[in-house]
Design a protein around this ligand. Structure first.
Ligand code: FEO
Length: 172
């Protein structure tokens, strides 16, 4: 049985991950409306990955005998005024998610809950990758996105992202 506080934090994290999926779909909506289908596609794939994260945490709680309880998912509230805005908002959001995962990890450490720490290791690594990806996209956009040809090429590049459910998920 998991410690009550850790179970609550993980239960809340399901909501945050589903919100992340919702937020990234909102970015995809914005880019689709702007005619940038590659950017829209990239965020659709990202939303699928976030949904997977929510499922993984839900499964971990169920496997540990916890009754999962859902709460309302917040409305995406980022202001998207130009093509760079979602990328910057995405990076900021991933940094926030990293802080949440780190806080749960810290609580697990305090409670000597090595099982949850092991489960969260995967998420710590994933957050590192997601922050790097988000930062890279901002860099590329600033370098190439201000010119129509560069933006076209970037859109093509992002259109090539494929969704692959994680073969090696977290330790359950
Ligand atoms: Fe699942 Fe990007 O946090």
């Amino acid at each position: 049985m998991l410690n009550k506080k850790i179970a609550e934090l993980l239960n809340d994290q399901i909501n945050k991950e589903l919100y992340s999926a919702y937020l990234y779909l909102d970015f995809a909506n914005y880019y689709a409306d702007e005619g940038l289908d590659g950017f829209a596609h990239w965020y659709e794939v990202q939303a699928q990955e976030e949904r997977d994260h929510a499922f993984m945490i839900r499964r971990y709680l169920i496997n540990n005998g916890i009754r999962v309880q859902f709460k309302a998912i917040a409305m995406p509230d980022k202001t998207l005024q130009n093509h760079l805005a979602p990328l910057e908002a995405g990076y900021e959001h991933e940094q926030y998610v990293t802080s949440l995962i780190t806080a749960i990890y810290h609580e697990a450490f305090e409670q000597k809950d090595y099982k949850t720490m092991q489960f969260l290791d995967w998420f710590i690594k994933e957050q590192g990758e997601e922050e790097t990806n988000a930062e890279d996209m901002i860099k590329k956009m600033k370098l190439f996105g201000t010119d129509a040809k560069g933006l076209y090429a970037l859109n093509q590049e992002l259109a090539a992202r494929t969704y692959a459910p994680s073969a090696t998920g977290p330790a359950m």
